[in-house]
Design a protein around this ligand. Structure first.
Ligand code: MG
Length: 165
């Protein structure tokens, strides 16, 4: 078995009048995130982690934010496309781990739903998905409540026999 690790990072600014979508789950809050798509910052970080591990570029190339096809896009649907691209290149998802960085709201009540949502899009079991949240103790843009940041790592795996030597 050959494996590759990938890293993704993203940040979006809070904006009133939009739903807050994280890992494909709508979170009850007074603000959503600004973005061309649903601005699901966590799912964006996961997509970039997969694309990085598979050497397939990044989401800015694949889903340009000036392309009207992706206006209001559901990011977990784009994640499914990324998983399919990686699969076409011979890679399967081993596991994914995500850290959301935000001061508010608390995400613990949504964690299981977020894990299930990502696992379904990734085509893996829930035991292969980690979703965690942390604050920055009021420091920086997340600490001031200006937005949400997310980091993700992904392990991709493939059989040696498919590796082409
Ligand atoms: Mg983004």
């Amino acid at each position: 078995m050959t494996s590759r690790v990938g890293l993704g990072f993203d940040a979006h600014r809070f904006e009133p009048g939009r739903p807050l979508v994280l890992c494909g789950v709508v979170v009850e809050y007074e603000f959503g995130l600004r973005g061309h798509s649903d601005a699901d910052v966590a799912t964006h970080a996961v997509m970039d982690a997969i694309l990085g591990a598979a050497h397939l570029g990044d989401i800015g190339e694949l889903f340009p934010d000036d392309d009207p096809r992706y206006a209001g896009a559901t990011s977990v649907d784009l994640l499914r496309q990324v998983v399919a691209l990686a699969a076409a290149a011979g890679w399967g998802v081993g596991n994914v781990d995500v850290v959301l960085v935000l001061q508010d709201p608390r995400l613990a009540p949504y964690r299981e739903e977020m894990v299930a949502s990502l696992a379904a899009a990734l085509g893996v079991g829930p035991d292969a998905v980690g979703v965690k949240a942390t604050t920055t103790e009021m420091m920086g843009f997340t600490g001031r409540g200006e937005g949400v940041a997310a980091l993700a790592v992904c392990l991709l795996v493939r059989d040696e026999a498919e590796d082409g030597g």
